[in-house]
Ligand binder design. Sequence first.
Ligand SMILES: Nc1nc2c(c(=O)[nH]1)N[C@H]1C(S)=C(S)[C@@H](COP(=O)(O)O)O[C@H]1N2
Ligand SMILES: [Mo]
Length: 235
Amino acid sequence: MPENDPENMPDGAPVARRTLLGMLGVGAAGLITAPYLQAGWEGLLAKASQNDPTGLTGLLPNPGGFRYYSVVRSVPRKDETEYELKIDGLVDRPRTYTLANLRALPQARVVHDVHCTDGWRVEKVPFDGVKLSDLLDDAGVGTGGKALRFTCFDGAYTESLTLEQARRSDVLVALRMQDAPITHEHGGPVRLYVAPMYFYKSAKWLSGISITSRVVPGYWEERGYDVDGWLDDRH
Ligand SMILES: Nc1nc2c(c(=O)[nH]1)N[C@H]1C(S)=C(S)[C@@H](COP(=O)(O)O)O[C@H]1N2
Ligand SMILES: [Mo]
């Protein structure tokens, strides 16, 4: 389901896009040819995305191939000292992990093409982190646990997976992306990476995993996206 199909956009999204272009002080045509240095442009783009509740800054050109999405205007930065990931709900042993705790666990690497439903994709992106299945084993899924609900420290975004999907070896609680710590703009210090599904399943700024008795649809799923966001080439 295309995110850029006006039928599927949240009300008023096109207006928000015009507002953004206005904010940058240039028209759409000017943006394409504006003589920004690449690094400067990416920084500006990241900042603009933070102020774009619709994620439509993704329509602006970005040399890295990625677009920065956030459904809220600004997201607090969490470093080493502040970051925590909580696992609770239907588990035998509720857990809280710091970044150091997560780094101390066995790390797995997944290299896959990233696809957004908007139509952009980036090929062969390496992600490293802890297999979600390892964290599930650590917490121990309790009786009746059938699905996972992910929450984020942006305070708004949510996602879901079934227990079976979450146990796949290509689903990571990722600490690194493209061989570097995940940047704030890309959802660092910790984001989910669900390689076999569209990138909307890969919740940025991950702060909570709750084991639930059924799938609770996430932010975009409440707005029409598929709960099972499989890519066609997942096998
Ligand atoms: N917290 C949070 N996670 C999110 C999103 C978001 O808006 N907020 N957008 C999703 C979508 S639609 C995509 S395509 C990717 C974009 O990741 P990127 O900004 O690192 O390119 O993040 C996904 N995870
Ligand atoms: Mo997306």
